[in-house]
Design a protein around this ligand. Structure first.
Ligand SMILES: Nc1ncnc2c1ncn2[C@@H]1O[C@H](COP(=O)(O)OP(=O)(O)OP(=O)(O)O)[C@@H](O)[C@H]1O
Ligand SMILES: [Mg+2]
Length: 247
């Protein structure tokens, strides 16, 4: 709508802007839903492969071993076929294992969150040259899914932002339990950000972290630190989530 003097009325701009923001928020929600569905589906296929195929192949292997133990005196050709069958089954077992591993969220599999965070931070330091210190309190902190995966994904995005935007020399990662919540902090010593950019309206990273935290009933705050650099704080209720998932 254009007024007779040629100026755009302010009200139209406000409406356009909020419609655009709502549209962006909707796209972010859909993207996150799709990513979550994909992750669940990959984990399901990975379990099926591991449990169904893996266990059946192991059973076939045991039968073949049983046959081998009784094969003395069999003709050479039959023994060769038996050996070949065992090799095929072992090759298949290897493929199933590596396929099923490649489908899982890699770093969290069979490891607790603290270990996963520590080893990610070590690899991150090696690649980026940013010195990282990871501290978990208490030391036997046990976090289970879905809280663990949610926190780990938030952690990965926060670290990616440190590498991409901070120009920091150091980064601290703190994982601790605070009453009924678990808190993750990623603090860098870098240049900090233009405050408006930390609202995460235009990009997926911060908005995605915030939505992941909210999906677990938690909160996420991204702030410039008075000493310089950025601090990301995620807080998720976790004892309740743990009980829901591990009755
Ligand atoms: N640790 C940081 N140090 C400095 N600036 C940061 C930091 N983290 C985020 N920012 C600023 O906040 C902005 C928004 O971050 P966000 O993760 O949402 O988007 P992005 O990293 O630019 O893109 P993507 O959608 O791929 O994540 C960044 O573009 C950057 O300007
Ligand atoms: Mg980002």
């Amino acid at each position: 709508m254009v007024q007779s003097d040629g100026e755009e009325p302010i009200i139209a701009n406000v409406r356009d802007q909020s419609a655009e923001e709502a549209y962006l928020a909707q796209i972010r929600r859909l993207t996150l839903d799709a990513a979550r569905a994909l992750e669940e589906e990959r984990a399901r296929i990975s379990r099926e492969l591991h449990d169904e195929l893996g266990q059946t192949l192991t059973a076939i292997n045991l039968n073949l071993a049983w046959l081998t133990s009784r094969s003395t005196g069999w003709d050479v050709k039959t023994q060769e076929r038996l050996t070949e069958a065992k090799q095929f089954v072992n090759q298949l077992l290897d493929s199933v294992r590596s396929l099923s591993t490649s489908l899982r969220p890699p770093i969290l599999d069979n490891r607790d969150l603290r270990e996963a965070v520590r080893s990610y931070a070590a690899e991150f330091s090696r690649r980026s040259g940013i010195a990282c210190r990871a501290v978990a309190v208490p030391t036997d902190l046990e976090v289970h899914d879905p809280v663990a995966t949610t926190l780990f994904r938030i952690f990965q995005e926060a670290m990616t932002n440190v590498a991409r935007h901070s120009l920091a020399a150091k980064c601290g990662i703190f994982l601790r339990s605070v009453g009924p919540e678990i808190e993750l902090k990623v603090r860098d010593s870098g240049v900090g950000a233009v405050p408006k950019r930390l609202e995460g309206v235009q990009s997926l990273g911060i908005a995605g972290m915030r939505e992941r935290a909210a999906s677990m009933g938690g909160t996420l705050v991204v702030q410039n630190r008075p000493e310089g650099g950025v601090c990301v704080t995620a807080r998720l209720p976790w004892r309740q989530a743990e009980k829901r998932n591990n009755p």
